[in-house]
Design a protein around this ligand. Structure first.
Ligand SMILES: *[C@@H]1O[C@H](CO)[C@@H](O)[C@H](O)[C@H]1NC(C)=O
Ligand SMILES: *[C@@H]1O[C@H](CO)[C@@H](O)[C@H](O)[C@H]1NC(C)=O
Length: 557
């Protein structure tokens, strides 16, 4: 039964975390959590773990224990008792955030409605109420109207949008939030909640610094914080590296991998066929990648509808995009250290960059197909399915020369992915997962467009423009129709079945996210790059989105 375990994923014990042990006993594991979930007090499992405490965790736990001790029959509280206890000791979710007006607000592109949809959220410091947040300093920006986690992956595109909008101070505040998290945890957790702490997310922090410096030249900010950029990189090298032998040589690359926690936690509430710890770890690994969930992680293929979430083996995949990001991080750290006059460090990062270029070339590049592919560690071969992330090295400028661009262009042109009128789908497999056909996601469009646009090949630049034109028109059409931007859109309208958000029954649901930071950030960047050429007339597609408002999507875990 798939239903049950996805449902509970977010609540599984995440082992030792560096937050207070008492707050972990409330939000990650322990009797209170178990009883609340078993009684199904809330329709959304994440509801309870997002509720801030009204008092110190040890006090709340103490009171709960008293109640348990006073309850005959093994201490199982009635539903009513539990509801009363939760109401007395917890605030509703979201109370630790408050609306916040960025001080440097401007509107440069005449698109303020889209931008104003970006929620600004700020953490209220200093009270036990905040304990379910991992305490970053203000300001904190979220991704959508109702999401108060802060994935750095989303924020990378949001920050670009802010910088283009002249909001460098707000962008700096966001980067500072992430630096704070690296200082505290040694890496960037998957979200600001204690239950996310063992899971990271794609390493975009150094790229955010690059964006910020491009707009501000603030060497002093870089100098103050470069050790934290390096710390985040070390986390990936120490915790997420893997060696691969091919052609008589050994290469080191990186993968996503959340360790098994060994804790059952509330899993026991899930009576029949509880999933293996290893599967839990794989699902969390998929969440760490940001592609949660996708046939991209279903091993071994074939990537058909027969494969299910249960086939997720994300840690056995060496992803092209992760390694492209790290390749760019290494080059940037070399550049940054050189600017700061630290030649030795600069040399060592330059060497790491060159090693990765060689590794990507040897392990991930397929000269015949003209593309890079994820590497399947189980079967020790490339997985040749299409994902927009396959061409991420173009965007990262990692081992790219004219011949490579020409081949990659041919690969894209030969792919049926280009035939989707609204944008490149996340994959060509229809599985019901949200990072699969038919969904198109803004950051993936942007990576491909940027990668092509950066090349010196006119045909590649032209394809970049075509994709940009499509994407901007489609978002405009959606915006005009729904007065909102969305986290994802179907890659084709008409003829396509309506987007199926959930294919596995009653998994944890949350409304489709509107807002939506990265979609806005990408549109702003495309307007910035192509503003003079883009046209809004003659839009080929007016996407019908019958699912908005009624359809539900899996939220990020
Ligand atoms: C940053 O420095 C570069 C090179 O000195 C200069 O061309 C650019 O205009 C500067 N940008 C800002 C925002 O000051
Ligand atoms: C890869 O191999 C090198 C050299 O043999 C070793 O130092 C390194 O620790 C290995 N890395 C991993 C992730 O196993």
């Amino acid at each position: 039964m798939v239903v049950c375990f996805v449902h509970k994923l977010v609540l599984s014990g995440l082992g030792t975390v560096s937050g207070s042990p008492q707050s972990n006993q409330i939000y990650c594991t322990g009797e209170l959590l178990r009883q609340v979930q078993q009684a199904q007090l809330f329709t959304d499992d994440k509801h309870f773990v997002d509720m801030p405490l009204r008092a110190k965790p040890e006090e709340v736990l103490g009171q709960f224990q008293q109640l348990v001790n006073a309850t005959p029959g093994g201490g199982a509280l009635s539903r009513q008792q539990l509801a009363a206890f939760v109401e007395a000791h917890f605030f509703p979710p979201g109370q630790e955030l408050q609306a916040w007006e960025p001080p440097d607000w401007t509107s440069r592109y005449g698109l303020p409605p889209a931008l104003r949809l970006w929620p600004a959220q700020r953490h209220l410091p200093g009270s036990p109420r905040a304990l379910s947040l991992a305490s970053p300093p203000p300001p904190l920006r979220g991704r959508g109207d109702s999401v108060c986690d802060f994935p750095s992956r989303d924020s990378f595109w949001i920050i670009e949008g802010l910088l283009l909008s002249g909001m460098a101070a707000t962008a700096e505040g966001m980067i500072q939030n992430f630096l704070f998290l690296v200082e505290k945890f040694g890496h960037i957790p998957n979200g600001g909640r204690v239950y996310y702490e063992r899971r990271s997310q794609p390493p975009f922090l150094t790229l955010m610094m690059e964006s910020y410096l491009k707009h501000t030249n603030s060497t002093s900010f870089l100098r103050r914080n470069i050790h934290l950029l390096e710390a985040e990189y070390r986390f990936w090298q120490q915790q997420r590296a893997v060696n691969i032998s091919t052609g008589g040589q050994q290469y080191q690359l990186n993968r996503y991998r959340v360790p098994e926690s060994g804790e059952q936690g509330v899993l026991q509430a899930c009576a029949h066929q509880p999933p293996q710890q290893s599967l839990w770890a794989e699902l969390k690994t998929a969440a760490e990648s940001g592609w949660d969930f996708s046939s991209r992680w279903f091993l071994p293929g074939p990537r058909s509808t027969q494969a299910t979430l249960r086939d997720t083996k994300a840690s056995e995949v060496v992803p092209v995009d992760l390694n492209a990001i790290l390749c760019r991080v290494e080059r940037l750290l070399a550049t940054f250290y050189r600017e700061l006059g630290e030649a030795q460090k600069a040399d060592s990062f330059q060497a790491a960059h060159e090693q990765r270029v060689a590794a990507i070339r040897a392990v991930l590049w397929d000269d015949q197909a003209g593309s890079w592919f994820d590497y399947d560690l189980l079967q020790q071969r490339k997985s040749t399915a299409f994902y927009p992330s396959n061409v991420a090295p173009l965007w990262a400028e990692c081992g790219v020369d004219a011949a490579v661009v020409e081949k990659a262009l041919g690969y894209l042109q030969g792919s049926s992915a280009l035939s989707y009128a609204n944008g490149l789908p996340a994959s060509l497999a229809r599985t019901g997962q949200q990072w699969d056909l038919p969904n198109a996601w803004a950051p993936l469009q942007h990576m491909v467009i940027e990668g092509l646009a950066k090349s010196s090949l006119p045909q590649a630049q032209e394809l970049a423009f075509t994709l940009a034109q499509r994407w901007v028109r489609m978002n405009l059409a959606v915006y005009e129709r729904h007065h909102a931007m969305f986290e994802k859109v179907p890659s084709r309208s008409g003829g396509e079945a309506p987007l199926r958000c959930v294919a596995m029954g009653p998994v944890r649901l949350s409304p489709l996210q509107v807002g939506f930071g990265w979609t806005n950030g990408v549109v702003l960047q495309l307007l910035d790059r192509y503003g003079s050429r883009l046209t809004s007339t003659g839009a080929l597609v007016t996407p019908m989105l019958p699912w908005i408002g009624t359809c539900l999507a899996l939220a990020l875990l």
